[in-house]
Design a protein. Sequence first.
Length: 206
Amino acid sequence: MIIAKSENNSEFKPVPAGMHLARCYRIIDLGTQKSTWQGAESYKRKIMMQFEIHGEDEAGKPIVTGKGEPMSISKNYTLSLHENARLSIDLESWRGAAFTADERRGFDLERILGAWAMVSIATAQGSDGKDYTNIVNINSVPAAIKKAGLPDGFNDAKMFSIDKPDMALFESFGDKLKDKIKSSPEWQSKNGKSDSEDYQNDDIPF
Protein backbone atom coordinates (compact mmCIF):
# COMPACT_ATOMS: atom_id res chain seq x y z
CA MET A 1 0.00 0.00 0.00
CA ILE A 2 1.30 3.46 -0.93
CA ILE A 3 -0.35 6.42 0.78
CA ALA A 4 0.22 10.00 -0.36
CA LYS A 5 -0.13 12.78 2.18
CA SER A 6 0.77 16.44 2.52
CA GLU A 7 4.11 17.35 4.01
CA ASN A 8 4.15 18.80 7.49
CA ASN A 9 5.89 22.16 7.25
CA SER A 10 5.07 23.28 10.78
CA GLU A 11 8.78 23.25 11.66
CA PHE A 12 9.71 25.46 8.71
CA LYS A 13 11.35 28.69 9.82
CA PRO A 14 11.50 31.47 7.19
CA VAL A 15 14.36 33.90 6.78
CA PRO A 16 13.41 37.08 8.69
CA ALA A 17 12.51 40.18 6.70
CA GLY A 18 15.18 42.83 6.29
CA MET A 19 18.50 43.40 4.55
CA HIS A 20 20.95 40.52 4.90
CA LEU A 21 24.42 39.55 3.76
CA ALA A 22 24.05 36.56 1.45
CA ARG A 23 26.07 34.30 -0.83
CA CYS A 24 24.81 32.72 -4.05
CA TYR A 25 25.71 29.07 -3.69
CA ARG A 26 23.52 27.39 -6.28
CA ILE A 27 21.94 28.07 -9.68
CA ILE A 28 19.40 25.53 -10.90
CA ASP A 29 18.10 25.11 -14.44
CA LEU A 30 14.34 24.53 -14.17
CA GLY A 31 13.75 24.14 -17.89
CA THR A 32 10.72 25.60 -19.64
CA GLN A 33 7.86 26.27 -17.23
CA LYS A 34 4.34 27.62 -17.56
CA SER A 35 3.82 31.16 -16.30
CA THR A 36 0.62 33.10 -15.78
CA TRP A 37 0.59 36.90 -15.83
CA GLN A 38 -2.64 38.92 -15.77
CA GLY A 39 -4.56 35.86 -16.89
CA ALA A 40 -2.32 35.12 -19.87
CA GLU A 41 -0.31 31.88 -19.96
CA SER A 42 3.12 31.54 -21.50
CA TYR A 43 6.04 29.11 -21.47
CA LYS A 44 9.49 30.40 -20.60
CA ARG A 45 12.88 28.97 -19.61
CA LYS A 46 13.38 29.43 -15.87
CA ILE A 47 16.20 29.24 -13.38
CA MET A 48 16.38 29.28 -9.59
CA MET A 49 19.07 31.05 -7.56
CA GLN A 50 19.68 29.91 -4.00
CA PHE A 51 21.36 32.08 -1.37
CA GLU A 52 22.74 31.26 2.06
CA ILE A 53 22.11 33.97 4.63
CA HIS A 54 24.77 35.24 7.04
CA GLY A 55 24.13 37.60 9.93
CA GLU A 56 21.79 38.22 12.83
CA ASP A 57 18.10 38.96 13.24
CA GLU A 58 16.67 42.02 15.03
CA ALA A 59 17.16 40.27 18.38
CA GLY A 60 20.84 39.75 17.67
CA LYS A 61 20.48 36.00 17.17
CA PRO A 62 22.32 34.25 14.31
CA ILE A 63 20.13 33.53 11.29
CA VAL A 64 20.59 29.77 11.29
CA THR A 65 18.55 26.59 11.06
CA GLY A 66 17.89 24.25 13.96
CA LYS A 67 21.12 22.47 12.94
CA GLY A 68 23.11 25.68 13.28
CA GLU A 69 23.61 26.02 9.51
CA PRO A 70 23.02 29.24 7.53
CA MET A 71 19.39 29.59 6.45
CA SER A 72 18.74 29.77 2.73
CA ILE A 73 16.26 31.45 0.42
CA SER A 74 15.68 31.17 -3.32
CA LYS A 75 14.31 33.22 -6.17
CA ASN A 76 13.10 32.08 -9.60
CA TYR A 77 13.77 34.01 -12.78
CA THR A 78 12.93 33.89 -16.45
CA LEU A 79 16.24 33.22 -18.23
CA SER A 80 16.44 36.53 -20.05
CA LEU A 81 18.77 39.53 -20.02
CA HIS A 82 16.26 41.84 -21.68
CA GLU A 83 16.63 45.22 -19.99
CA ASN A 84 13.18 44.90 -18.42
CA ALA A 85 13.60 41.29 -17.26
CA ARG A 86 13.82 40.80 -13.51
CA LEU A 87 17.03 38.78 -13.87
CA SER A 88 18.71 41.63 -15.71
CA ILE A 89 17.48 44.23 -13.20
CA ASP A 90 18.67 42.24 -10.19
CA LEU A 91 22.05 41.37 -11.68
CA GLU A 92 22.74 44.98 -12.66
CA SER A 93 21.78 46.20 -9.19
CA TRP A 94 23.92 43.44 -7.66
CA ARG A 95 27.06 44.19 -9.61
CA GLY A 96 26.49 47.95 -9.66
CA ALA A 97 26.89 48.28 -13.43
CA ALA A 98 24.71 47.96 -16.50
CA PHE A 99 25.27 45.14 -18.96
CA THR A 100 26.98 46.00 -22.20
CA ALA A 101 25.34 45.08 -25.49
CA ASP A 102 27.89 42.29 -25.89
CA GLU A 103 27.14 40.90 -22.41
CA ARG A 104 23.40 40.85 -23.14
CA ARG A 105 24.10 38.54 -26.07
CA GLY A 106 25.51 35.96 -23.67
CA PHE A 107 26.40 36.22 -19.98
CA ASP A 108 27.69 33.12 -18.17
CA LEU A 109 25.71 32.86 -14.93
CA GLU A 110 28.38 30.61 -13.46
CA ARG A 111 30.30 33.84 -12.83
CA ILE A 112 28.00 34.70 -9.92
CA LEU A 113 28.36 31.37 -8.13
CA GLY A 114 29.95 32.04 -4.75
CA ALA A 115 29.45 35.80 -5.11
CA TRP A 116 28.32 37.84 -2.10
CA ALA A 117 25.40 40.25 -2.09
CA MET A 118 23.04 42.18 0.12
CA VAL A 119 19.52 40.79 -0.28
CA SER A 120 16.39 42.62 0.79
CA ILE A 121 13.74 40.20 2.03
CA ALA A 122 10.09 41.03 2.64
CA THR A 123 7.02 39.10 3.71
CA ALA A 124 3.96 39.08 1.46
CA GLN A 125 0.67 37.21 1.42
CA GLY A 126 0.16 34.79 -1.44
CA SER A 127 -3.06 34.09 -3.32
CA ASP A 128 -3.62 31.14 -0.99
CA GLY A 129 -3.72 33.45 2.02
CA LYS A 130 -0.38 32.25 3.41
CA ASP A 131 2.57 34.50 4.19
CA TYR A 132 5.74 34.02 2.15
CA THR A 133 9.20 35.55 2.40
CA ASN A 134 10.63 36.78 -0.89
CA ILE A 135 13.80 38.39 -2.17
CA VAL A 136 12.68 41.78 -3.45
CA ASN A 137 16.06 43.36 -4.23
CA ILE A 138 19.70 42.32 -4.59
CA ASN A 139 22.51 44.83 -4.15
CA SER A 140 26.28 44.84 -3.99
CA VAL A 141 28.05 44.45 -0.66
CA PRO A 142 29.18 47.82 0.80
CA ALA A 143 32.92 48.42 0.81
CA ALA A 144 32.94 48.75 4.61
CA ILE A 145 31.60 45.21 5.02
CA LYS A 146 34.11 43.85 2.54
CA LYS A 147 36.92 45.64 4.36
CA ALA A 148 35.82 44.18 7.70
CA GLY A 149 36.01 40.73 6.12
CA LEU A 150 33.41 38.42 4.65
CA PRO A 151 32.59 35.15 6.42
CA ASP A 152 33.46 31.77 5.00
CA GLY A 153 30.88 30.30 2.66
CA PHE A 154 29.07 27.27 3.99
CA ASN A 155 27.62 25.42 0.98
CA ASP A 156 29.56 24.21 -2.05
CA ALA A 157 28.90 26.51 -5.00
CA LYS A 158 27.29 24.39 -7.69
CA MET A 159 25.24 24.76 -10.86
CA PHE A 160 22.66 22.28 -12.12
CA SER A 161 22.05 22.15 -15.86
CA ILE A 162 19.47 19.94 -17.55
CA ASP A 163 21.75 19.69 -20.59
CA LYS A 164 24.53 18.13 -18.48
CA PRO A 165 22.81 17.11 -15.24
CA ASP A 166 24.77 16.40 -12.06
CA MET A 167 22.52 13.58 -10.85
CA ALA A 168 24.09 13.46 -7.39
CA LEU A 169 23.16 17.12 -6.98
CA PHE A 170 19.70 16.47 -8.47
CA GLU A 171 19.01 13.73 -5.93
CA SER A 172 19.77 16.19 -3.12
CA PHE A 173 16.83 18.38 -4.18
CA GLY A 174 13.43 18.13 -2.52
CA ASP A 175 10.70 16.17 -4.28
CA LYS A 176 8.78 19.30 -5.25
CA LEU A 177 11.81 20.82 -6.97
CA LYS A 178 12.68 17.54 -8.70
CA ASP A 179 9.12 17.21 -10.02
CA LYS A 180 9.24 20.77 -11.33
CA ILE A 181 12.42 20.05 -13.27
CA LYS A 182 11.01 16.73 -14.53
CA SER A 183 7.95 18.56 -15.84
CA SER A 184 10.03 20.57 -18.31
CA PRO A 185 10.13 19.51 -21.98
CA GLU A 186 13.94 19.73 -21.87
CA TRP A 187 14.08 17.04 -19.18
CA GLN A 188 11.42 14.91 -20.85
CA SER A 189 13.21 14.99 -24.20
CA LYS A 190 16.25 13.46 -22.49
CA ASN A 191 14.61 11.19 -19.93
CA GLY A 192 11.01 10.61 -20.99
CA LYS A 193 7.84 11.86 -19.35
CA SER A 194 7.59 11.30 -15.59
CA ASP A 195 4.63 9.19 -14.48
CA SER A 196 4.19 11.50 -11.49
CA GLU A 197 3.67 14.54 -13.69
CA ASP A 198 0.44 15.90 -15.13
CA TYR A 199 2.33 18.46 -17.24
CA GLN A 200 0.87 18.50 -20.72
CA ASN A 201 3.76 18.59 -23.14
CA ASP A 202 1.35 19.08 -26.06
CA ASP A 203 0.44 22.51 -24.68
CA ILE A 204 3.88 23.91 -25.45
CA PRO A 205 3.65 25.99 -28.62
CA PHE A 206 6.82 24.82 -30.35
